[in-house]
Design a protein around this ligand. Structure first.
Ligand SMILES: [Zn+2]
Length: 74
């Protein structure tokens, strides 16, 4: 079931926390840096105005997608 591989909920939460702190998010299984992409409104064809963050492991292909919630509001 490689195609359905994903992080566990606990792993996803740890990655979100690390990313929210501005730390490098590493894959807990491969110990390699996750690739980061920002999915902006319009560029993904979904009409979202909210930015989303996507972290993808280049090794095991697991990924985690979540809403950007960085403390940058003024
Ligand atoms: Zn991995």
């Amino acid at each position: 079931m490689i195609e359905s591989a994903s992080f566990t909920a606990a792993e996803e939460r740890a990655l979100r926390d690390a990313y929210a702190r501005g730390e490098a998010a590493n894959c807990p299984r491969c110990d390699v840096a996750l690739r980061h992409r920002e999915i902006g409104g319009g560029s993904f064809g979904l009409g979202y105005s909210r930015r989303r963050e996507w972290l993808l492991c280049p090794s095991c292909k697991r990924s985690v997608l979540f809403d950007a919630q960085r403390g940058t509001r003024t």
